[in-house]
Design a protein around this ligand. Structure first.
Ligand SMILES: O=P(O)(O)OC[C@H]1O[C@@H](O)[C@H](O)[C@@H](O)[C@@H]1O
Length: 240
């Protein structure tokens, strides 16, 4: 009925890019932030040393990870390891200000296919939690009018408060399963980020669903990272 193995009683949904279209807002805010930082270091966008932040950079280093983990991972990928913690925090805060402006302007939309799936899941008695690295998980759920579906939310604030390792470590998903009172084997993870698919795989969850929103090599990368199935939209899992 829901395209999941029968043993699954709990769904652990990532948020940005799985339930809501906000991954795009995150990516655009990160690009503006990192391009400004890189241009500043290189001496301008026309300087020979300037190489812009790409969509693939977002997927490889930032997507799905907690804010400052993403900053450090991307800078390290460019060989930039001399930034102090205050600078890492300032880069993340600047990006967050931009994200909040775009969320207020855009409104934070849910994917229609995800809303169909959430309704079908609720009707079928599948219990629903959200596990997101974002500290904006609460406001994004509210903006997209999805809070009513969610029994338990693990977000970036909770992850930081508990000192958990962020995705690709499985900790946040393991906490989600624990708060829902089930073993990982009884829970399915729904993810659009490679870091999140890795977290689901590392946590030995009963089923890992990859949602490919970007095309290119993403579906293949998701399978390699441990996804049991890859779809383009959640309602592909529902009966036609
Ligand atoms: O900066 P926030 O809102 O706490 O979000 C952290 C990360 O949350 C993830 O859900 C997004 O995929 C990332 O793009 C984002 O950087």
């Amino acid at each position: 009925m829901l395209g999941l193995p029968e043993v699954i009683t709990v769904a652990l949904f990532d948020l940005d890019g799985v339930l809501t279209e906000t991954a795009v807002l995150h990516r655009k805010a990160w690009k503006k932030t990192f391009d400004a930082f890189l241009a500043d270091r290189a001496g301008g966008v026309d300087a020979p040393g300037f190489v812009e932040f790409t969509d693939q950079d977002y997927l490889d280093y930032v997507d799905g990870r907690p804010r400052e983990d993403g900053v450090r991972a991307f800078l390290a990928s460019r060989g930039i390891t001399d930034v102090d913690p205050a600078t890492v925090a300032a880069i993340g805060n600047g990006k967050n200000d931009m994200f909040l402006v775009s969320l207020a302007e855009d409104g934070g939309h849910a994917y229609p296919g995800s809303v169909r799936y959430l309704n079908a899941a609720r009707d079928a008695g599948l219990r629903i939690a959200v596990v997101t690295s974002s500290k904006n998980g609460g406001p994004v759920l509210e903006a997209a009018d999805l809070s009513g579906f969610v029994e338990v939310r693990v977000d970036g604030l909770e992850i930081a408060a508990r000192g958990l390792n962020g995705k690709p470590a499985p900790d946040s998903y393991l906490l989600g399963a624990e708060l829902m009172g089930v073993e990982p084997a009884a829970a399915a993870v729904f993810e659009d980020a490679i870091s999140g698919v890795r977290a689901g795989s590392a946590g030995k969850f009963g089923y890992v669903v990859g949602i490919d929103r970007v095309g290119g090599g993403q579906a293949e990368a998701m399978r390699a990272a441990g996804a049991d199935i890859v779809v383009n939209d959640l309602d592909e899992l529902l009966p036609a």
